[in-house]
Design a protein around this ligand. Sequence first.
Ligand code: G6P
Length: 368
Amino acid sequence: SLVDKANFRHFMAKEIHEQPEVVGHTLARYVDMAAERVLLPVNLPFDFRDIKRVSIIACGTANYAGYIGKYWLERLARLPVEIDIASEFRYREAPLSEGDLAIFISQSGETADTLAALRYAKEHRLHTLSVVNVTTSTIARESETMLQTLAGPEIGVASTKAFTCQLMVLAALAIAAGKARGELSEEDESRLVHGLIEIPRLMSEALNTEPQIDRLARDIAKSRDVLYLGRGTSYPLALEGALKLKEISYIHAEGYAAGELKHGPIALIDENIPVVVIAPYDRVFEKTVSNMQEVAARGGNIILMTDAKGAAEATIESLVTIILPDMAATFAALVYAVPVQLLAYHTAVVMGTDVDQPRNLAKSVTVE
Ligand code: G6P
């Protein structure tokens, strides 16, 4: 059945490995594969051309999916987007304009802070759209529009496949918004949708990094602190990588925008702190390479996740590279999520923690 561990030692491992399949199911729900068009399964009760600002609201891993969605909506649909932690959005009394859009992201659909934020947005007459995995949940029922992630039941407390399915829905939504606002042509749409159609295969290839990551995890497990760096959508993915590691291995980790390194965390760099750099070959790749050089110059040990073979080794010696498949960079976060999750998972296994049920954490937090 869907809710046993099959041949895996933990639900988390099974759920990481299921991603090509469930992300593929989610893709099939939101795009017409043959025509290379986005096809939302619902009629939206608003016109994207009328939206002045989008607020994306969620907690935990869902919040980081939203953060990546912000980059896509801004870039592809030229829509101003704010990303908020649900407990902050609800109480800080930010000015909201009637008729704008609030997007809520939640695997369970029952997270108390996210639900309170949804009710608050409705009181302020915003359009509300939820991206949820459990369609019978309170958040699904109470939001004006619901877009389902087809991750299937997620048992591991640390979210993995729900996260990448959320990304897939947000990518499709960003393309739909770009189309509706006249920011994307039909050619743009088919190029982007084509890129999405490639994602499940690329995620399967990314799973091939597992033996290498398993070996690296033995070193990570000896560390007290780990730093994750990235630019663009790799920045929220760095935040997610740090969250994943601390949740299940109890090793302190921080995610940082690579460009922000020099404003603080560089003070921590020495040979004892592994630095995980997420750097697909995109328009900011060279900038990230110079941040890596700053780390290397201070004796830091770098683990680089990239598809730019050889580009970084040329300038930096103390570097381990995890090579990901070549791909168009826009939606790289979906593929790079895989090694990021595997690194946290294997480190936790080395540490001997209760991977599926980490201490002090709950799968769904129904108190504010
Ligand atoms: C808990 C879980 C996280 C999850 C967060 C939000 O903290 O441990 O994995 O990301 O809640 O949950 P939701 O169900 O709203 O996505």
